[in-house]
Design a protein around this ligand. Structure first.
Ligand SMILES: [Zn+2]
Length: 185
């Protein structure tokens, strides 16, 4: 995929969910469709437009402050209801209460290629009860979680949101540009 578009209202829903689950990781499913005038020739050309965000339960049996597991039943249920409406599962989100907004070693145990992985992490003021502020970080090109010199996200807001895709060939996560695409009225 070459980019993921999401609306502010969805980012706010994700942050609200992450706050509510603290100190545990939250998780959820992103639903929508590829966009573009032409059908992509390969998944590498796809731009994904998130149109729904579905919080699901974290059923990890390990320490939930640094593990998450999406209930397979929720996954199947949302896959079915998405298909019924001509949509599909585009990816998943989860939080890192202890940061950063990058895939952890744990996340590399079971990644699926072709899906967007949104990772969100609180900044220092995430717990102070103020309205969620969100900081999007977009890598210039092919930034990977393995690169030690990846720039720290700018921090105007207390939550950082970054988007990643698993690259099966290289065996690593690559950062995908994340854009806020709010409907214009
Ligand atoms: Zn993680």
């Amino acid at each position: 995929m070459n980019r993921v578009s999401i609306q502010t209202v969805h980012l706010e829903a994700i942050v609200d969910h992450a706050r509510a689950c603290l100190p545990a990781e939250c998780c959820g499913i992103l639903i929508g469709l590829p966009v573009g005038e032409q059908p992509p020739t390969s998944t590498a050309d796809e731009s994904l437009q998130v149109s729904e965000v579905h919080p699901v339960r974290n059923i990890a049996s390990a320490d939930q402050s640094n593990h998450y597991k999406i209930d397979p039943l929720d996954h199947l249920r949302l896959q079915r209801t998405a298909r019924e409406r001509g949509l599909r599962i585009l990816g998943f989100y989860h939080s890192h209460p202890q940061g950063p907004a990058e895939p952890s070693i744990e996340d590399m145990r079971r990644p699926w290629a072709g899906y967007a992985y949104l990772v969100i992490a609180p900044g220092h003021n995430a717990n102070n009860g103020s309205p969620p502020a969100i900081s999007l970080h977009t890598a210039p090109d092919n930034m990977t979680a393995n690169q030690r010199h990846s720039p720290t996200p700018p921090s105007p807001g207390p939550w950082h949101v970054r988007c990643w895709e698993w690259n099966d060939t290289q065996g690593l996560f690559t950062e995908i540009p994340l854009r806020v695409a709010d409907a214009t009225t």
